[in-house]
Ligand binder design. Structure first.
Ligand code: NAD
Length: 334
């Protein structure tokens, strides 16, 4: 039996991860511990313990280790305050994105004593980057964030790396590209519009693009580093299967593979898949704060290291992603 704990399990990615781990089939006998400040849903057909817990509190974290399921072999540490959320509420960002991760690591360290160290999988973001960047980001590019979210993620990455170096946990850090198209309602992420300008028009709803003031604005050349939800969740499963010795010696950070698209290319894909009427549903209201933060993130990475670890990449850019999302909308699934 492999016990997997997922924090942030009531969130978007946490809510689809357990099913993906089951569907993958590489680990046949799974049980789950799902924790979130909002009551998570159980995993159908599998043993799952669901707990409503504020993971900024050490005693609440301890509950993860005292269920009938036993000590987790793997922890997917996904809970967090998203980019705009932690920029707007700095203290909450510090508490959840740093303090709570340190408490989570200390608990995993204590419960790893005398056994195989717990695999501690931490989801980070390309928001750790900022300042002058090379044309293409590689594993040796230094991260200098320009926002509270990226700073919080980078601080916690350092902790995960250090706990791993000391043998307290078997840490794995994945920096995610911006995931597009995110279903549901807009998130409190600065990058939420990158999904919104596709999702809302495909549902026949107006979307506001905070970059540029019209379809002809030069600001639409703003490029982003993207991955689809399907490929991202596949990579979430893969990260627990990478043999520890395959990671670089000095860091457990892996930038998941992605591809580059400009806001203009996204809108072109929308028009190609759903026609000019869908494009007309996008209105432009330039938001300099939003644009500044998203512009500070890199848009081109070298995929060779993550591909060598068995991670996957989207093929074909935005058009197949918009097509898949349209199919889901048409089928009433998104
Ligand atoms: N979605 C993306 O494009 C993206 C990109 C980069 C990184 N990430 C990272 O991936 C992870 C999952 O992202 P998501 O899109 O599913 O986010 P989400 O906002 O949907 O989920 C986050 C969850 O964390 C929970 N949470 C917040 N504070 C908590 C607390 N104190 N105690 C317990 N739970 C708490 C929330 O209730 C929520 O369910 C996050 O760490 C995020 O930073 C996501």
């Amino acid at each position: 039996m492999t016990v997997i704990a997922i924090t942030g399990a009531a969130g978007w990615l946490g809510g689809i991860l357990a099913d993906a781990l089951v569907a993958d089939g590489r680990t046949p006998d799974l049980s789950f511990i799902l924790a979130d400040i909002v009551e998570p849903k159980e995993v159908k057909g599998h043993k799952s313990v669901c707990m409503k817990a504020d993971l900024t509190d050490a005693s609440e974290i301890e509950r993860i280790y005292t269920t009938d399921a036993g000590i987790p072999d793997v922890i997917y540490c996904l809970h967090g305050i998203m980019s705009r959320g932690s920029e707007d509420n700095f203290d909450l960002g510090l508490k959840v994105n740093i303090d709570s991760i340190r408490l989570m690591l200390q608990a995993a360290r204590r419960h790893s004593e005398g056994r195989t160290p717990i695999k501690f999988i931490f989801t980070s973001s390309l928001a750790v980057y900022g300042g002058p960047l090379p044309e293409v980001v590689t594993p040796s590019t230094i991260a200098t964030p320009e926002g509270a979210y990226g700073m919080g993620k980078l601080t916690s990455e350092l902790l995960v790396n250090e706990f791993t170096r000391r043998g307290f946990v078997d840490g794995r850090i994945i920096r995610l590209p911006t995931i597009t198209v995110r279903p549901g309602v807009p998130s409190a992420a600065t990058s939420a519009f990158i999904s919104g300008i596709i999702r809302e028009p495909l549902k026949g709803i107006e979307a506001v693009c905070p970059v540029g003031s019209s379809i002809d604005s030069p600001e639409l050349e703003l490029a982003a580093w993207l991955a689809s939800p399907e490929v991202t969740i596949k990579n979430f499963v893969q990260v627990m299967h990478v043999p520890a010795e395959k990671f670089l010696k000095h860091t457990r950070v892996v930038c998941l593979p992605g591809f580059t698209a400009t806001v203009r290319e996204e809108l072109q894909a929308l028009e190609k898949v759903a026609g000019p009427d869908a494009l007309k549903l996008v209105t432009f209201r330039d938001d300099p704060t939003n644009r500044r933060i998203v512009s500070s993130w890199p848009a081109r990475f070298d995929n060779s290291y993550p591909l060598s670890l068995g991670f996957s990449v989207d093929e074909g850019g935005m058009v197949p992603i918009v097509e898949r999302f349209k199919k889901a909308v048409d089928a009433g699934l998104a």
